[in-house]
Ligand binder design. Structure first.
Ligand code: 3YE
Length: 209
């Protein structure tokens, strides 16, 4: 089975749905390790709840490069094939990106390339868009920039607040992330410039001609 390493700063709800998808057999993969830069991250508790090895790695006093080398060491030791970021709030160093080139996924709570960076919910509300959503993309050297694997649109509704919009996007994420990981692991993706092309899609296109 492909081995997934999850790196998180957050509550870990996406992690919960990813582990559940592996345990139900929907996602033919195993979450091998969970790493976090926050000692009180919910992701640690959720990992332990499911019996997945989890570790807080303290960034205090370390440069980005030094810290990311610790992450690489732990992920390599766990023999991970794919790195999945869930609510991770740090920029990954070029060395980390190179080490796992095209094998790192991130989820961003907007339809990229709109609203990159922090607090995409508030950015969408402030801009007044009627639709936003969630994007799963490959991580490259630039934040929220790499090739897009999967997107799901989410409506902004009248009267939405930061909290209500965030909750709606998060509900979409819980389904979208396991699905995107499944597509990525089973769909034989090729990266053509900025486009991620899946084998099935490629042959569908041929059949349509
Ligand atoms: N790194 C690269 N490419 C990507 N990290 C994330 C996505 C992504 C990535 O596509 N290379 C906010 C980070 C933005 C920020 O500036 N954080 C600080 C540290 C804050 C802390 O230590 O708590 C920093 O210097 O990293 C994940 C999303 C990153 C969000």
């Amino acid at each position: 089975l492909p081995r997934i390493g999850v790196v998180s700063s957050g509550r870990g709800e996406n992690l919960r749905y990813i582990i559940k998808a592996t345990r139900s057999g929907y996602l033919r993969a195993e979450v091998a390790i969970v790493l976090t830069n926050q000692p009180d991250a919910g992701a640690l508790r959720i990992a332990r709840e499911f019996g997945v090895p989890a570790e807080f790695i303290d960034p205090a006093g370390l440069s980005r490069e030094e810290y990311d080398r610790l992450l690489i060491e732990r992920l390599d030791a766990a023999r991970v094939d794919l790195v999945v970021l869930t609510g991770y709030m740090r920029i990954l160093s070029p060395e980390f990106v190179r080490h796992y080139r095209n094998r790192i996924l991130n989820i961003h709570p907007a339809l990229l390339p709109s609203f990159r960076g922090v607090d995409a919910f508030q950015q969408a509300l402030d801009y007044g868009v009627r639709w936003t959503g969630t994007t799963i993309h490959i991580v490259d050297e630039e934040v929220d920039h790499g090739p897009i694997v999967y997107q799901v649109p989410v409506p902004v509704k009248p009267g939405d607040t930061h909290e209500s919009l965030k909750a709606r996007i998060q509900r979409a994420e819980y389904k979208a992330y396991p699905k995107a990981i499944k597509m990525f692991l089973e769909g034989n993706p090729r990266i053509e410039g900025r486009r991620v092309v899946f084998e099935r899609e490629a042959s569908d296109r041929k059949n349509a001609r």
